[in-house]
Design a protein around this ligand. Structure first.
Ligand code: ADP
Length: 525
């Protein structure tokens, strides 16, 4: 602003100065021309007096310095000047070169300082001889008055400009103080708050927008502080709750550990008990069997047929009892004594079993079909074999003997979202509806088993159920008396190798059953 003001004032003064200078020069020229006319018209016998009178009158005006009238040879006719030492070089210069006529010359006088002068020719206009030079008029005009006026104007302008600059500086300071300083204070307070000092407040009490901003800022900080307090309280409560939870978990874990060790102890006791039973019951049974054998061998000739028959029944019952004890012991170990887990291809396993049952199947004219590709499963090989073996064995055992009805066993797998479902379906004698749940209980044999006189101990399905449960699976049976039974069981998906699960399209023949969809695929779908 300062620079702009100085430049403006300087330009204004220079321009005004130039204008005044040009104006004075023009005024001088016009005055000179008018005086040349007066010179020409002056009456010749009284000319000197007249011109002297004119010049004297003229120098009374404010800025005319001198007025001189000269004849054609440059001799003075009349001269009036305020400065006695005025230098009239202009007339001689004009005489030397006519091009200097009516030109403005800038001169300097010791008394009046700078002034301008011009010389005009005086021409007669006699009709016979044309225009003739009759003399010269020289006029000097001072610029001093105007320069003084210009100086005072400049002074006024400079004072106004200085005032304007002062006002601008004052306004700037006010602006900084009223707006920028509070904003700076707000910014600094914000930094402190970011640094974690929530006791920071801005001290700006004003009614304007900045005051409102400051109040809103202080309220916001107060709110944040309040929130932080509440959060800290909540954290304290949370950590108390956590501690409480941890101690409860520790308590529960301790309880569980106690229960677990008690359970393990009980299992060990149970195993010990079973071992003792099998041993303590097995030994006398073996003894009874040995006695019966000895009696039969030594006294067969002396004993009558009825005693021999009874001894033979004793032997077979003892054998039955021993094998029941062994199987019961085995059943109790299914969940407690886990075998090595390995990847087993059930397709291979079941086809191998089918080969093993080949003789029975052929003699009873039963066809066994593996309807779908069976998956690979991470399991205990022998136990999984036991599952399929028991189910196929039962399906053969409880097959009807009617020649006009089909005799079939169908095996397959249906992949589901999180598990694989297997089935063993037969066209056998079926199970009574009220016994469907009970056939999985140990020693429970169905009425149908007595009806067909099938041998068995009622342990097979209980073992199958126990094995399936170790794979987080379920087992159930759907059956219609006289039409057949379908045993279904599931194995949790995490034991099934998803890419190996196959599914047969409806109507596909058993032989061409290829994997067409996997558990993984279905999940993605
Ligand atoms: P077991 O065959 O030795 O009697 P299981 O535990 O294998 O013992 O079977 C229990 C009962 O379930 C059998 O006695 C029988 O009544 C019934 N059962 C099992 N499988 C079939 C089947 N495929 N068809 C009809 N009944 C069956």
């Amino acid at each position: 602003m300062l620079l702009t003001t100085i430049a403006t004032v300087y330009t204004l003064v220079a321009h005004t100065n130039r204008q005044i200078s040009d104006l004075i020069a023009e005024q001088t020229r016009q005055l000179c021309t008018s005086l040349a006319l007066a010179h020409e018209r002056a009456v010749s016998n009284d000319r000197a007096d007249q011109l002297s009178q004119i010049s004297k009158e003229l120098i009374k005006s404010r800025n005319v310095l001198y007025v001189g009238f000269f004849d054609a040879e440059g001799r003075r006719i009349a001269l009036a000047s305020r400065d006695a030492d005025i230098d009239l070089k202009g007339v001689s210069a004009v005489q030397a070169s006519t091009s200097q006529l009516m030109q403005i010359r800038r001169q300097r006088s010791a008394l009046f300082g700078e002034y301008v002068e011009t010389v005009a020719p005086v021409l007669t206009s006699a009709a016979s001889a044309g225009s003739q030079l009759a003399g010269y008029v020289a006029v000097g005009v001072s610029q001093d008055g105007e320069a003084a006026m210009l100086r005072s104007i400049t002074y006024v302008v400079v004072v106004i400009a200085a005032l304007a600059v002062a006002l601008a500086i004052f306004t700037g300071i006010l602006l900084v103080h009223r707006i920028l300083m509070p904003i700076r204070q707000l910014v600094m307070a914000t930094h402190k708050i970011i640094g974690g000092d929530l006791d920071t407040r801005v001290d700006i009490e004003r009614a304007d927008a900045i005051g409102q901003l400051a109040r809103a800022f202080n309220e916001m900080v107060e709110w944040v502080k309040q929130q932080q307090r509440e959060l800290a309280d909540a954290n304290v409560k949370l950590s108390e709750a956590n501690r409480d939870l941890e101690s409860r978990i520790a308590q529960r874990t301790a309880q569980l550990e106690t229960a677990n060790s008690r359970l393990s102890a009980e299992i060990n006791d149970k195993e010990e008990f079973l071992r003792a039973i099998s041993h303590d019951l097995g030994a006398p049974l073996r003894n009874i069997d040995g006695m019966a054998t000895v009696l039969l061998m030594k006294y067969r000739d002396k004993l009558d047929a009825d005693i021999i028959h009874r001894l033979q029944r004793i032997k077979s019952n003892v054998e039955m009892g021993s094998s029941m004890i062994t199987e019961l012991l085995e059943l109790s170990r299914i969940k407690t004594r886990r075998q090595k887990m390995e990847r087993v291809d059930l397709d291979v396993l079941v086809r191998d079993l089918a080969g093993m049952f080949d003789e029975d199947l052929r003699s009873r004219k039963i066809s066994l079909l593996i309807e779908t590709k069976l998956p690979e499963v991470e399991c205990e090989r022998l136990r999984m074999r036991q599952v399929f073996q028991n189910l196929i064995d039962n399906a053969i055992k409880y097959m009807h003997d009617q020649p006009d009805r089909p005799r079939e066993i169908r095996i397959g797998c249906i992949p589901r979202l999180t598990e694989a479902e297997f089935y063993v379906r037969d066209t056998g004698i079926g199970i009574h509806e009220e016994e469907l749940d009970k056939v999985f209980l140990v020693f429970r044999r169905g009425r149908n088993s007595h009806a067909v006189g099938a041998a068995g101990k009622g342990i097979g399905l209980a073992s199958v159920k126990s094995i399936i449960e170790t794979y987080n699976g379920r087992i159930w049976v759907e059956s219609e008396l006289g039409a057949g039974s379908t045993f279904r069981f599931t194995i949790n998906g995490r034991y099934v190798r998803s890419s190996s699960v196959g599914m047969t399209a409806p109507g596909a023949t058993p032989g061409n059953a290829e994997a067409s969809q996997t558990i993984g695929d279905r999940r993605a779908a």
